[in-house]
Design a protein. Sequence first.
Length: 495
Amino acid sequence: MTARRRLRSMRSRLLLFISLALVAVCAAMALTTVFVQRAYLYGNLDDRVGDAVERCLGGAALQPRLTADLGFLHEQGHPTGMVAARLDADGDIVSAAVVARENTTRRLTTEQRAALADIEADGSMHTRTVPGLGTYRITALDRDGIRVLVGLPMDDVRQMIRGMVLAEAVIAAVGLSAAGCVCAVVIRRQLRPLGRVAGTAVEVSRAPLGSGRVGDLTRVPERDTDPDSEAGQVGAALNRMIDHVESSLTERLRTEERMRRFLSDASHELRTPLASIAGYAELMNRGTDRIEPGTAWRRVSAESARMTVLVEDLLLLARLDEGRPLQSAEVDVAALVAEAVWDARAAGDSHDWQLELTLDAEPLVTGDEARLHQVVANLLANARVHTPPGTRVVAVVDTRGAHCAVRVRDNGPGIPPALLPTVFERFTRADASRTRAGGLEGGSGLGLAIVAAITAAHGGRIDVESTPGRTEFTVRLPLAPQTPLALSGEGARAR
């Protein structure tokens, strides 16, 4: 079981596969060398046997009538251990001897002669084992009726081949051991970055990500993120994944925090009118001498209306979050903004309301007219509620470019810089820097959130810029297919 687990690691598998490949290569090279050397040595031996039989045949031809004469073996140059024989016409051995040391010969025994029998005098090579002498390479020739058999011992060639095989085996074993050690070191060093990447992944996997706390997760060191290496690519990908995990966790925590704050604010906003309604109802139950019924009924109706508006705003935001489709029709933005400005002027005549039109094309967009009117009305109401009397509020409709821009600008005290990043979040109020009216005029902090949601649902975007003395909200909506509008001068301006 332990060995199986070890073989599961990449390092062990690589070392095993490389070792097997080296063994196969070394075995192939060794076998090839042995076979080539063996063929060469046997070929050389066959040549020597052929030369020896030619020489002996020439010596026997000097005495053609002496068919059993082996006098040619006494000539100089014959190697020790060479066997020679004279054959008759039927191929039987007439006489046979072996060259001993000091150029002497020794007759072969009957058993030894029997090992040389049945060899045709056709010049082909044969391998025979001669008792008491060893293994021989033998051939026989027939020339003009003179038949001679000659054999040379093969033991020296076989011993040389065995020595060569043993030497190659020892060299291969030493070489494979050295190569295995080198490969083990190289593989260990090359896989060390991958090990560090794996260690980082294990450490990140052990981090308590489900606890809701986002800390600094461990990153792969920069040296292990080289894009030119496979391990570096894995390390860089792991770092990117860790970045995504951290950003996702951070965003999730922010979303949960916003949701908790949203629920808390919504509960607070609903609790206030409910508490008022319950209080007036309790007073009415105790008797009409404690409060005038008409007054109590008016307060209950007002708080009910306030709660209804809040619930409707929340339902609208929920529908927009779900991506429910809005009504789609062609809307004249200029007319819509003009109506909203007149409504704002009627609701807050203490402000200076102005309308500017800068039109290079017809201000037509495709969308829900009621919701777009709500966007402009909310922006104008925001300027009216959060700026002091006498503030100048300018609504601008601009169709220069590919979008229709609606800008609401005022010269009030502005929005605090710390509040700008969250100004479009739900239940966000600017109480610290802008005067907030009481009662229904104060709003619930959902107006700008509704503006942003409706604008996004129409494929547009909203931006805000604010400094002391100048605050401008800009809503950009895609223009509907339109025909260029010819205007004289720089545009139109209305007050």
